[in-house]
Design a protein around this ligand. Structure first.
Ligand code: G4P
Length: 288
């Protein structure tokens, strides 16, 4: 389940996924929702609360290496204010993942105690991962499971074939994550998913998309962005996003015959550099 993929969901898909997750819920104690720290709103599933009902939830703000650190802290506080634990992590390098097991144990401490009180010698807590495509579910599973797969086990009342990864002596994870859909009928959500590379570029008009991205940069340019193209904030304060696209193309010598600017190349360059972190750590969405 890697990287850049088109996000396409049909009602049938959604019902099937929902049922699969709801079946999984019966086997687990905690849902771990992975979202992209740069776009916590656009990368979360609009129906998750309804799907998981009262099941406890832990949020992982993944790709925090690419997000604005202050914004990520604001998000953590925002979730806290709703009674939800959120952790900033980077599943590419593994940074922040040492907080994971202690956080799960803390959330489930009452349940753990109750199980021990009932006489269970080594109670095991079970979790399930959910998230929209490209947020880093596979990266998380690879990092946290240390590749150790628990034995296939058929417990009474449990669907055959469920497999579990061992995370620690008291923690197991369902091996298949729930792949959720984003709120795709919202234009901003679509744009933010496209900016960050969660939707394939080749199904989109890259120049239009670059103009949308540059509108964000015009409003709130980062130092790195300005330096990269040798611009001053005042140079771009009252130009259109298309003029900025042309300006960037001109500055990088992206010309076609007749002296015209190759705005398609400029658009591709902008996304390559943005996604590579060359414009700094940018969070596109803040808590209300
Ligand atoms: P998914 O299962 O939820 O679909 O996501 P997956 O783990 O496949 O990750 C999607 C892309 O995001 C991968 O990049 C992965 O390396 C990257 N990624 C995951 N977590 C992090 C993170 O915390 N920080 C950063 N910077 N990137 C992360 P890719 O381009 O598909 O592959 P590659 O460049 O790693 O080879």
């Amino acid at each position: 389940m890697s990287g850049n993929q088109t996000i396409q969901w049909f009602p049938g898909h959604m019902t099937k996924t929902k049922r699969k997750i709801q079946a999984g819920l019966k086997l687990i104690d905690l849902v771990v929702e992975i979202i992209d720290a740069r776009i916590p709103i656009s990368s979360s599933n609009p129906d998750l609360a309804e799907i998981i009902q009262n099941k406890p939830k832990l949020v992982l703000l993944n790709k925090s290496d690419k997000a604005d650190k202050k914004a990520t802290q604001l998000w953590i506080k925002h979730y806290e204010s709703q009674g939800v634990t959120a952790l900033a992590v980077d599943c590419k390098s593994g940074k922040g993942l040492n907080q994971f097991v202690p956080a799960v144990r803390k959330i489930l401490s009452e349940k753990f105690k109750a199980q021990k009180a009932k006489g269970m010698v080594n109670p095991i807590l079970r979790i399930m991962i959910v998230g929209i495509p490209n947020v880093g579910k596979s990266s998380f599973i690879n990092r946290i499971s240390k590749q150790t797969r628990a034995k296939v086990e058929d417990r009474p009342g449990v669907t055959r074939g469920n497999q579990w990864y061992t995370i620690s002596s008291d923690l197991e994870m369902l091996d298949t994550p729930g792949v959720l859909w984003p709120k795709f009928d919202d234009e901003t959500v679509g744009l933010h998913l496209a900016f960050t590379g969660a939707i394939k570029d080749n199904i989109l008009d890259i120049e239009l998309l670059a103009c949308d991205f540059l509108s964000v940069m015009i409003k709130k340019p980062t130092e790195q962005f300005l330096q990269r193209f040798k611009l001053n904030a005042s140079d771009i304060s009252d130009i259109t996003s298309y003029e900025l696209l042309e300006l960037i193309g001109r500055k990088r010598g992206m010309l076609i015959s007749g002296g015209e600017i190759n705005t398609e190349r400029a658009a591709n360059l902008i996304f390559d550099e943005y996604r590579d972190g060359k414009f700094g750590n940018i969070t596109l969405e803040y808590p209300e």
